[in-house]
Design a protein around this ligand. Sequence first.
Ligand code: GRF
Length: 207
Amino acid sequence: MSSIKIAVLVSGSGSNLQSLIDKQGKDFNGEISLVISNIKDAYALERARNHGIKAQYISRKYYTNPREFDQRLLEILLENEIDLVVLAGYLKIITDVLVDRFENRIINIHPSLLPSFGGKGYYGIKVHEAVLERGCKVSGATVHFVDNGADTGPIICQESLNIDQKWDANELQKQVLKIEHEILPKAVKLFCEDRLVVENNRVYIKE
Ligand code: GRF
């Protein structure tokens, strides 16, 4: 099977992008051919450029609504013949314009054990603050396919950790990020090997 062409959508520092860059072509048979950011000075863009990956900034402000913005994103993805879209810290809700055209070909990393602490308002450090406020004893990360809901798509993989009661939200975020850097490349590998089967909102992994 030829190498899978991957686009990574980002908004921030891009440490998850980096974990994919480090493993592409080695741990999985895929190539990151495009990085798109909706934030101009996202460090993720610099990471991409440092590795000779095409990096593009698209400003939301020139589009009247989210669907129109996604229509432009879709055009770019199609022009670049992208097979898989990875949302790695992309802080925009994806609309049906993208989801329907890339059904089960968009994956997202979320820094909690979904369905807990997912959906509207749960992003970045807010997730970890909420986990600690609730007094949870475990947390973790989830990689899932993106559907038309917020963090509701079929779950590909999850990994948990025990919370040390001395941790603050920043420490919890740091610990969860370590898990993210492991499970996101793992999910991408499974996708590239064509081993993910989605049935009734469940993901089965072919042996
Ligand atoms: C990660 O925690 C990711 O799960 C969340 O945003 C953060 C992005 O981190 N959605 P980075 O930009 O990959 O460093």
